[in-house]
Design a protein around this ligand. Structure first.
Ligand code: SF4
Length: 243
């Protein structure tokens, strides 16, 4: 049984949610430009890219190609680049920084400590992210409230971060069933890892399949405490301010 059969169950007000999401994307394109969509090529992100393309919005998509993605994700990236109306930008880490880190700490450093895992994320994700977002007023993500306790208060439009940049989360109130209903009814190309019980798409060493009943984010950094499970891309605004 594939992900569509397992998960495509829309909530009763799905049509209203979809309309609201389209309106939010239209508003974002006119009020918050320049802006980009951040895509991990997971289920939520392919839905947003499909909506952006359908609305013919001037919103490029960017993917952080960390050098540690699954082959399935890289193939979906190639297909997305070939079919997307919106430009698909790929940002990679500084090769020298990756080589030095791996030479010093080894290929499995992320399992040894949270600090080393965060150091790897800083090199492979955060530095490329800062280049991807340079000069942008806003960015669009696929965060949903349902994904984890840490994301339960995700807003449709976040307050500006320290650099004045706004994060827009058009699927904040969508359920997993809504996401898969959209994928099923619009024939959206998706990552086949979802058919192998990967709810969340990330780097191969740090993402695993989950069992029925396990928490959504338990497929990411499963050896760490729940509260540590963000790579810095989506650190809560208040935590950032406190830091
Ligand atoms: S998710 Fe894992 S492999 Fe990817 S950047 Fe972070 S620590 Fe490194």
């Amino acid at each position: 049984m594939g992900a569509i059969d397992l998960h495509a169950r829309p909530t009763r007000d799905f049509d209203a949610k979809l309309e609201q999401t389209r309106k939010l994307l239209l508003r974002a394109a006119s009020e918050f430009a320049p802006l980009k969509q951040a895509s991990s090529l997971g289920a939520e992100d392919v839905v947003i890219t499909h909506l952006v393309n359908g609305l013919e919005l001037d919103i490029p998509v960017f993917v952080l190609e960390t050098g540690a993605l699954h082959a399935e994700t890289l193939r979906l990236l190639e297909r997305t680049q070939a079919t997307s109306r919106a430009p698909v930008e790929v940002y990679r880490p500084v090769q020298e920084a990756v080589v030095q880190f791996v030479q010093r700490e080894g290929n499995e450093a992320m399992y040894r400590s949270i600090d080393l895992r965060k150091a790897c994320c800083a090199i492979r994700k955060l530095e490329p992210l800062s280049r991807a977002l340079a000069g942008q007023r806003a960015w669009i993500t696929g965060l949903r409230r349902e994904q984890s306790a840490a994301r339960s208060d995700v807003a449709l439009i976040d307050t500006p971060d320290a650099e004045g940049r706004i994060k827009i989360n058009p699927l904040a109130d969508w359920t997993w069933g809504d996401v898969w209903h959209y994928i099923a009814t619009h024939g959206v190309d998706y990552n086949p890892l979802h058919d192998q019980f990967f709810p969340s798409i990330g780097c191969a060493p740090c993402t695993r399949a989950i069992s029925l009943g396990e928490d959504f984010r338990s497929g990411r950094w499963w050896w760490e405490e729940e509260t540590a499970k963000e790579c810095g891309l989506h650190v809560h605004q208040q935590e950032k301010a406190a830091a």
